[in-house]
Design a protein around this ligand. Structure first.
Ligand SMILES: Cc1cc2nc3c(=O)[nH]c(=O)nc-3n(C[C@H](O)[C@H](O)[C@H](O)COP(=O)(O)OP(=O)(O)OC[C@H]3O[C@@H](n4cnc5c(N)ncnc54)[C@H](O)[C@@H]3O)c2cc1C
Length: 426
């Protein structure tokens, strides 16, 4: 079995070579949610980064009484059976109501990744003397879930951070304390984090509002650290980053880097290496390629996403390119909550098939690219600039862009000719 040291304590991987010892039964399926560490009554599970920088549980085996609580709360181990993957089929009336939406305050909408619906939900809970839990940067640019209680802190949670966010045992317990006091709490996170929170709590609370994000996967904190170090060396010291800056529009979002020397740099989806690796799925956690939650049956009362492709069916929902959220209301609680936020939101009725067409991860996990095999090994061994070169994480050369465009045009001419010959033959 592998052993790793933390300080003076020796800890042992919960998995070792024995998959049955893992809370989820399979290390590759572990989502890193940390619920097992938070629930362990003897505190013998610690989340530690592996070589790829993602957190995994490690345990002091001699302290373990095999009480089984880690397995009970594990969102992967406790999942009974995969829900139905396809929309439109009869599933006992469990299909969500679907909306296109955006925050009516244009500045909030601009600063949000999609349409800013998360902020409207959070404002509603804070106005009821509640607490909101979501992902934020700390001053070292580490992404962790935090709990906020005042609207002034809401900008810290606003905007997607495309790095796996850590939910610490302390935060799980704080959240539980708030609920035990009867306070409304909004928990927002990836679907595996929402499932973990529900599992950790072990019972339903009327005042808990869960909002899961549609998520195609999370990159590791290690990947993000290497990227930031590279920027610090080559571009200047980074103060903060916005992964979804909309200055060129919602659909053409880019990475905006604020440097300590006052410079602001903007790189698009095709030019920023971090976004490129993320969008090509090279840097995602192993469990994300077979995500147990990539499904229309969702764990949140509400699900939030970008409503990609909305204009094809509903052009009226994307006239300005300022951002349109997809909202799935999955439970009665979610529907009532959304209704209560109506004065802050534009809400338009839409349908699930259009949502899935623009966001296939609503029905299945993203495929694992061949590059994933070597990506994290190379991240550790190569300078970041060489990684960019090896995986072509940069803007394509003029020739490549020209060749790509020519190929696309040729393909559309060929398909048009193909279509003509078929209809001509009729
Ligand atoms: C890793 C990741 C992958 C995603 N993949 C897709 C996708 O494939 N398709 C799609 O349509 N949408 C995806 N989303 C969701 C999308 O980016 C927006 O977060 C969502 O539409 C909500 O936007 P908003 O405008 O309502 O609010 P915003 O203010 O933009 O969203 C903020 C919310 O996101 C949460 N959040 C931010 N970063 C993280 C994080 N690292 N982990 C957990 N929660 C976080 C905050 O807690 C807050 O609740 C993804 C989000 C993340 C974090």
């Amino acid at each position: 079995m592998n052993t790793t040291g933390t300080g003076t304590r020796k800890v042992e991987s919960t998995c070792g070579n024995d998959p049955a010892a893992w809370p989820c039964g399979d290390p590759e399926a572990c989502t890193g949610c940390g619920a097992c560490a938070a629930i362990c009554p003897r505190g013998c599970i610690v989340m530690q980064p592996r070589d790829d920088g993602f957190l995994y549980p490690t345990a002091e085996r001699h302290a373990c009484t095999d009480c089984g609580r880690c397995r009970q709360v594990c969102p992967v181990a406790s999942r009974e059976s995969p829900p139905h993957p396809v929309a439109g089929e009869a599933r006992g009336g469990t299909l969500p109501s679907v909306f296109a939406a955006w925050h009516l305050d244009e500045s909030i909408r601009r600063d949000s990744s999609s349409g800013g619906v998360f902020s409207a939900l959070a404002e509603n809970v804070l106005a009821r003397n509640g607490a909101v839990v979501g992902a934020a940067f700390d001053d070292q640019l580490t992404v962790r879930h935090i709990l906020i209680e005042v609207p002034e802190d809401l900008p810290r949670l606003r905007g997607s951070k495309y790095v796996q966010s850590e939910v610490t045992p302390v935060l799980y317990r704080r959240l539980q304390d708030q609920l035990r006091q009867g306070r409304p709490v909004l928990f927002s996170g990836t679907p595996c984090q929402v499932a973990a929170v529900r599992g950790f709590l072990g019972k339903s609370y009327d005042t808990l509002f869960c909002c899961d994000l549609l998520c195609h996967g999370v990159p590791s904190p290690l990947m993000f650290r290497h990227y930031v170090s590279y920027l610090n060396e080559v571009h200047g010291h980074v103060r903060t980053l916005y992964f979804r800056d909309k200055r060129k529009g919602w659909k053409h979002y880019g990475m905006c880097r604020h440097l300590t020397n006052g410079c602001v740099e903007w790189f698009g989806q095709q030019t920023d290496p971090y976004l490129l690796a993320f969008l090509r799925d090279y840097s995602l956690r192993e469990s994300c390629y077979r995500c147990a939650f990539a499904n229309v049956v969702r764990g949140g009362d509400l699900t939030l996403a970008d409503f990609w492709g909305v204009a094809k069916r509903y052009p009226q929902y994307d006239r300005d390119d300022h951002g349109t959220s997809l909202v799935l209301a999955n439970t009665e609680k979610g529907k009532t909550w959304l209704e209560k936020c109506r004065q802050r939101l534009f809400l338009g009725i839409a349908d699930l098939d259009t949502a899935i067409a623009g966001n296939p991860v609503l029905a299945r996990s993203c495929p694992r690219p061949a590059e994933r095999d070597s990506f994290y090994r190379d991240l550790r061994s190569l300078p970041f600039a060489a990684l960019i070169h090896t995986y072509r994480l940069h803007r394509p050369t003029r020739f490549r862009r020209f060749a790509g465009e020519a190929k696309r045009r040729l393909r559309s001419v060929l398909s048009w000719l193909g279509g003509r010959s078929v209809s001509g033959g009729k």
